[in-house]
Design a binder for this molecule. Sequence first.
Ligand code: C2E
Ligand code: CA
Ligand code: CA
Ligand code: CA
Length: 278
Amino acid sequence: AKDHGKNQYAFYSKALTKQAEYRLKVEQYLREAIENQSLSLAYQPQIELRTGLCVGVEALSRWYHPELGQVSPIDFISTAERIGMIQPLTELVLKTACTQAVNWQLQGLGSMRVAINISPNHFLDPDFIPLIKRVITDTDIQASNLELEVIETVAQTEHKNLPVFAELKELGVLLAIDDFGTGYSSFASLKHLKLDCIKIDKYFIDDLLTDNKTQLLVGSIIEMAHNLGCSVIAEGIEALGQVEILKRLGCDIVQGYLFCEPSSPDSITALLRNECDH
Ligand code: C2E
Ligand code: CA
Ligand code: CA
Ligand code: CA
């Protein structure tokens, strides 16, 4: 029995080693991908309900590795955070997305906002404001066309009184709260941050057609946001019926597969060209 236990242990320990080895390998590949700038960006249009026009795009990171295949950003973003590579990743995303937005504008496709996801830890990093300033200077993007999407964690304790938020406001950069309503401190984020935009999570949008209570909640969130001077983006729109309800509830902007999946820069260019031609 003793021997058996020992074998079991050896078995598990071998499996654990395999797992640890795999993890190390993924970490190494990701480090290389960020250093070689071989991540890419997909852009998802944000459609203004009043006009039906694309008024902005959200930049979403993509990582394809020949051996690992397509890795979900949910996985590689947290890996990048863990191994201390989120700073260069965000820098790459900011530079690429802002350059692209300016490019669209130079092509006469309109002045668009570009939204970028920012991990909470950046707001504790003294290099963050200098990075944003550098991106604005280097890419020539209008600060008011750059929107930073943050999750409500940034309104909690250590973050909430940081001068970084006032400094961002001073630069003229926009601030949006992402995944609104899904965490524990959505209201705290409204209290502590000067927000320009609230993004209502797909979690609420999914039930909009079937659940009257959800409609009331979403209606209240929109009214509250407007009272606070924020615009409202609804995320994860997959059905036309949801759009009708959101229009009625006064939502400003919608984003979701119904309109467009996150797409390559070229597809977005084509979409914008098409818009201009009409
Ligand atoms: P998120 O910021 O909440 O982004 C929205 C996610 O919902 C995206 O997933 C998008 O592709 C997906 N989505 C959009 N419309 C629909 C829809 O109609 N239906 C469904 N089912 N999904 C929809 P994605 O691209 O896989 O990104 C997942 C998360 O990874 C993002 O959630 C964001 O938190 C994070 N992420 C992605 N890129 C970056 C980045 O560059 N930096 C940081 N810090 N996080 C990122
Ligand atoms: Ca987002
Ligand atoms: Ca979101
Ligand atoms: Ca999310």
